[in-house]
Design a protein. Structure first.
Length: 95
């Protein structure tokens, strides 16, 4: 369950962005046989404090009855590219 926000983001986000931050807000527990629903809302591009364009998503993991189990908010920044146009890995120290 800890990875659900990362796994529920649309594939188009993964292609051009990398996860920058995640905030989880646990509301309640669920049982082993609980039926869960995952919902993700993508917000329009935002400019963060460094002037970089980012995407924000709100994720909900709910019981079939509609009660929220976990709320999450993720922020995605553009993947860095080098002069050749290829992706450059970002180290953990750059977060």
């Amino acid at each position: 369950m800890h990875l659900f926000p990362h796994q529920s983001a649309p594939i188009s986000i993964f292609e051009n962005h990398e996860l920058a931050t995640i905030v989880l807000d646990y509301k309640r527990e669920c049982g082993r046989d609980s039926v869960l629903q995952s919902h993700t809302t993508v917000f329009t591009d935002c400019i963060d404090g460094s002037g970089e364009t980012t995407l924000q998503c709100e994720h909900l993991l709910c019981l079939e009855s509609g009660h929220t189990i976990v709320k999450a908010r993720t922020m995605w920044r553009p993947k860095k590219t080098n002069a050749m146009g290829t992706l450059t890995p970002v180290s953990a120290g750059e977060f």
